[in-house]
Ligand binder design. Structure first.
Ligand code: 5GP
Ligand code: ZN
Length: 136
């Protein structure tokens, strides 16, 4: 993909701190890390969002995610794995990437998972009905 920053990183057209590479995936440091070692793991092939990938592609990527996760768990005290799809979900770069964020005792970093109002039983039911139809 011509104007994709992560495709450019894959092709080494722009500099980055790549510290792991295999046939299908790359791991490199995030340019604006939330913690020391904040890593992005990406497929070399361009997919905008995770649902565009097939099982084989995701399997290949998951090998790299697992390898880097084991490394981080060895170095740090914990690990958050995050993956954003679409702008509404916080995706700024439209090339699939997994954030692997090492966590350190007392690092003070907090995700904001809270919402003020509650999800209702009706809303859950509607979601589950739609999902049931999709999964059929
Ligand atoms: P998103 O919000 O799409 O889930 O995350 C995109 C991430 O990519 C951000 O954390 C951002 O700091 C990182 N990022 C954006 N541009 C670059 C870049 O050119 N190089 C590197 N290493 N990271 C980048
Ligand atoms: Zn790309």
């Amino acid at each position: 993909m011509k104007n994709c920053i992560f495709c450019k990183i894959t092709k080494k057209e722009i500099p980055s701190e790549i510290y792991y590479e295999d046939e299908h995936a790359l791991a490199f440091l995030d340019i604006d890390p939330v913690n020391v070692g904040h890593t992005l793991v990406i497929p070399k092939k361009h997919f905008e969002t995770i649902d565009q990938m097939d099982k084989v592609e995701l399997d290949k990527l998951s090998e790299a995610i697992l390898k880097i996760s084991k490394g981080i768990m060895n170095i740090a005290d914990g690990l958050n794995v995050m993956q954003n799809n679409k702008e509404i979900a916080g995706q700024a770069v439209s090339h699939v990437h997994f954030h692997l964020i090492p966590r350190y005792k007392d690092d003070g970093y907090k995700f904001n998972w809270k919402r003020d109002d509650k999800v209702t039983k009706e809303e859950n039911k509607e979601f589950l009905n739609k999902m049931e139809s999709f999964l059929k």
